[in-house]
Every structure is written in structure tokens, then in C-alpha cells.
Ligand binder design. Sequence first.
Ligand SMILES: [Zn+2]
Length: 589
Amino acid sequence: MRGFRLKRSSLVFLGTSSGLALLSASAGAADFEALVPMLAQTANAERISGFYMNIAKFLPAVALFLIWVPTVWWVDDDSNELGLEKAKMFTTMNMLAGVIGLLVLLLVPNIIVGIAVMTLAYLVAALSYAVHRNGQVGDTDKVLTPYHFGELANSFFGLLGAKKKVFNRNKAAAVEGFPVEFIGIDLSTKKMDMFRVAAAQQNELYVEVQGLIYDAITRRSTDIFLEPAQDQLQVRYRIDGVLVQAEPFDAETGPEIINIVKLLCGLSVEEKRKPQDGTFSAKVENRTIEARVATAGTKVGEKVAIRLFDKSNMVTKLHQLGLTSKEEETIRTASEKENGLILTVGPVGAGKTTTAYAILRSLDPLLRDIKTLEEVVEQQLDGIVAEEYNAKSGEPMVDRFKSILRTDPQVVMLGDFKEDDMATVALQAANTSRLVVSTLTGTDAIKAIISLVERGLSRDALSSALLVVTSQRLVRTLCEGCKEPYAPKPEFLKKYNLPEDTEAFFRPPTEQLPQVCGECGGVGYVGRTGIFEVLEITDPIREIIANNPTEAALRAEAAQQRMTSISRNGLRLVLEGKTSIDELMRVLK
Ligand SMILES: [Zn+2]
């Protein structure tokens, strides 16, 4: 089809000759009173009777001619560009429609009927092409839509020298498509500031930021990173713990996007080098998103990290974490105790805070007075008083902790166990009449205990306080829509002591699918689950901690108790087809 191209010159010729035909055909129409000497003043000053014509016919004919010729050009160009099968047919049809329209106008004595038929012929041909081609292209490329007219207006006023776009495509898209409502709020003081959003809205790219947040949230991102690169602003999301590249902004738009984010946080737009941090909140459909923003200057420009907390996403219960029923039971039993220490251990981003929250959620806030002290309150639980500790306040965290203890809560959750004085006070509280739940950064349960001993904490206090130590990782779960089975190597099964008759492991598709998987967007994974090891602090373990706290001794006893290790629990998920070996190796390394 691409071989057939209309020659512009032939069309002009066709147009011109039909225009002349129109003039000469009209020449005899002297029976109308209102004759205007159209061509009389041209070459010859003398009036030539044959060239008078009816203006009522002439003007519409010229108008149609001026619309019709570019239309045929466009149909020809557009249909060939799109590679439409019926390109030739539509070009011919639009060409003929104009010719027929003009002829009818000339030959039908009634002007109204003539103009109507002419217009109809043009519209039928042009519209039938528009409908046909709109059916073959994406929404943004369709013609005769509000977007299209807006873009036409932009280029028209652009030609006239207008600096500002009269139509903002994204704004229109936002009205229809981004249900994002920003709220200017300082999350640590809970102070609202409506002027922040008003200031951000002044920027016409505000909707782009709405779109960015909407895109990130709908893709289940926990972080957005905006980083300047050569001639653009790179956008990356963290989805299920893995960085994913997203659509970048160009060099012109990028800094504006950053400014809008800073305005939403009430940060200084002028300060582009020194690190700043702030917060805002957003309502996205029925969800409440809290965003913590950090900006900093780099050599090539300003970068921004936005941490997103989706409050609706976090209502995780103990049984949803990925624990085996035995592990869950161990944790439940411990959390029912009146006093003691429960530690949830893991590297950064392994979900240990989610586990601590799930433990709190399993308790009844009506029966027990529960308080939390965290640097960032990630979740607001019903009936639980959450206090946020701000390091900038100058008050030591331990003082804040002590003042909370003076209010006599029965359960305290700590978001931090880093400082030794905090740990000491926590152990004291756990050994008296309080249940303390805390997270601790570390790689596994036994190493965590050893590290506490090495920090110089009292072994006796530790051994009597500890109830259970959990350690965990998060693995991405395979997409059920596209996971691919394959036969595992017998050596591998043997090496890891897995059933020899295992027929299949699963992995994301190794070859490109004919269509991108709708369930995972081609990533191969959807969501994550925890894999745990849960060390119950039994009497033999208590004795080891108090007397001979070595890793080997603890491991031997844990094995005796049949504690399942993280890697073992991970392999179980691989056998069940819930995750892949590669993913397990990635999180365990
Ligand atoms: Zn999939």
C-alpha cells in the first residue's frame, strides 16, 4: 500500500481545474440579480460578460476547496504513515467526494441543496476515513477528539506566537484519569497547610506530578526516585523491593516536577543544593498515601527520593505474613505473655516492622494498654497510641522511652533497638511487667542474640527477658499468569536434600511472550511474602545465653528444637511454585 502515493501537484491541478470548471460553469448563471464581478478586475480592466459568477455559490465552493485539498493531502499522508490497508481507497474516495461536491454545487440550481450536498459529500468521505483510522490507533493518536482539537489550538496559537499552551493535554487527562488529591501536611506535627497545594497548583505541570504519584501507587511502588541524568530526569520506582525504570521527564520538565514536589512539602524551592526533607499526603482513589520526601543537590542537578506509605496496604495480620502455622503459634503464645521481649530481626527492607505491627495487631487493645515509639510511625493502629520520636528535637530517645514507661503501658513497641541505653531500659521493662516488641537490624535470629551479648548487655537480663526472636526476608511471589515450569537439576535436589521426584520448579517466562502479561506487566512477579525463622527461647536456650552464648551452641540447640531456617522455608516456597530459585538466592545472598 505504501507504494501508492498521491502527487501533490496533480491534486493542486485537479483542484485548480475543478475550480476553473466551477467558474466557467457558473458563467452562464446570469439569471441571478446579485452578480459580482469577481475576475473582472484581474487581467483585464474590461468587463467580460462570461466571467461573472454567483458569489453565493463561489464563496462556499472556495471554502470547500480550501478545506478539501488539505484534507486529501492529510488522508494520503496519514493513511500511508499508518500503513493502512485501505489507504488508496480512502484517498481516492476523499478526492472524488470533493469533485462530486463541486459538480453538484454547480449543476443543481438550488444553492441550499447544492451546498448541502457538497458539504455532505465532503463530510461523509472525511469522517468515514477518520472513524476508520481512529479504530486502528491508540487513544492519544485519535483525531476529532477534545485532545486533538486542543493540540490543534496549541499549534495554531503557537504559529501566532503564543508562548503558553492554551490546552494542556495532561490536565485534560488528569481530569479524566488521575484521581489524586494532594494534602499539604506535616506528618510529624500533623499540621495542615493548604497553601502548599495551592502553590503547587499554580504550576501547569502539577498534573504531571499527580500522574507520577498515581502511576507509582497503582504499580505498588514503595519509593520513587527522581534523579538527574544527562538530558533528562530519570524516574525509578521500587516495586516489591526491586528498582524498576519508569518513564523519564525531559530536561525542561524535570526541575519543574521537583519544584512541585518541594512545594507540596513546604520546602524551599530556591535551595537546590543542601539536603531538605519534608512530607505530604495524598488521597488516591479510596486510599491514603503518606509521602516522605528527601531532596539533595548533586553535581548534575537536584535529586529527590519519595518514600510512599500506603496506609491501606499495610493492614497485615499475623497469618498473612507467610509464617508456618507452628511458627505463628509460637509467636502468638509469646505475645500473650504478660512480660518479656519479642525481637523481629532482618536486614533493612525485609519487613520486620510489618511483623512487629502484625504482632501488636493480634493483641486486644481493649484489654491491654499498648504504646509505640518510633522514628517514623508507619502505621496507625486502632486503639494504640503511637509516638513519633524526632531526633532533631535534641531529646535523647531513651528519655522519651522512659517517659512513656512512666505512663505504665502494658505493651510497648520500639521501632529501634540500636542504642545500648535503649536496650538496657527495654530489658528492664521486659523483665518487670511489660511486653516489649522491637525490631532489630540483623541477618538471623541467632546472630542477633550474639550481637546483643557482644554489645555488653546483661546476659542474665537477656536470657530472662527474651521470649522469641524472629528473623525474616521478603521474596517476590511468582505471577500465576505467566510463571513457567522447568525440570530442576537432580544435583540441585540432592544438594539441598529436596524430594528427588520433584517434577518442576517455576520461574518467570524465559522467552518473550507474544503479549505482555496483564497480571504482572511483564515483571514475572506479583507481591511478596515473608520467609521466616522463628527461634523460641526455651529453657535450654536461656541457659546457653546466660552461661555460654556461642553461635555454635545456640545453633545446635535450635536444630534440636527443629527450628526451620529461612533458607529451608524459602526452598519450601520454591517447591510449592510460589517463588523461583533465582529470587530466593537474590534475597538470601
Ligand atoms: Zn505475569
